[in-house]
Ligand binder design. Structure first.
Ligand SMILES: *[C@@H]1O[C@H](CO)[C@@H](O)[C@H](O)[C@H]1NC(C)=O
Length: 182
């Protein structure tokens, strides 16, 4: 039992530190950037996009832009006036929700020519208190996924990753709790 607890603690701590270390930035299209003539589904195919990672779109701001859309607009290459359009030429997007995310070029006929990207964002790691920090809930030791947290299609572009400064305190509490229980 004591050994179990020790192993559990070890795994927990290892998980936390690996989670903190792995937030990645993906440059969409790598060296090609965001442009006509790149197969973005092939680019995305072998990658795992996790909550907290970022996508960076690099392109000539005079000749392109990036629009985040929903699944049906992705298919039809249309978007409403209200859709968020990025146009700086070097835009970084934080993946703050999990599930599918769709991006198209809103420039001329670029989308219809295939300049579109769909990715699926997966949870970073199923920590007991992630991905939604809930101050009152006591962390449960079983890492249960929370599939009902629906991907929000209108999350703000600028939303930030859950604050990491929260981690040490919760971690401390959790370790403390487990040590008492040993
Ligand atoms: C996608 O957004 C369009 C508006 O641009 C809306 O008409 C359509 O119902 C939406 N589709 C889904 C699946 O949410």
């Amino acid at each position: 039992m004591v050994l179990c607890r020790a192993l559990f603690l070890f795994a927990l701590i290892a998980t936390i530190f690996s989670t903190i270390a792995v937030a990645k930035d993906f440059v969409v299209g790598d060296e090609s950037g965001w442009t006509l003539g790149v197969d973005y589904q092939a680019w995305a195919a072998n990658k795992v996009f996790r909550l907290g990672d970022t996508l960076t779109f690099k392109y000539d701001a005079d000749k392109d832009n990036v629009v985040r859309v929903n699944g049906s607009d992705f298919q039809s290459c249309t978007f409403p006036w209200s859709a968020p359009v990025l146009r700086s030429g070097h835009d970084t997007v934080v993946l703050t929700t999990y599930g599918r995310r769709w991006y198209i070029s809103g420039f001329a006929n670029h989308c219809k020519s295939g300049q579109k990207l769909v990715i699926t964002v997966v949870p970073s790691q199923q920590l007991p208190w992630s991905p939604v920090p809930s101050p009152s809930a006591s962390p449960s030791p079983s890492p249960t996924p929370a599939p009902e947290a629906a991907p929000s299609s209108n999350a703000p572009w600028t939303a930030t990753v859950p604050r990491r400064s929260m981690l040490p305190k919760k971690l401390f509490k959790m370790i403390h709790r487990n040590l008492i229980a040993v």
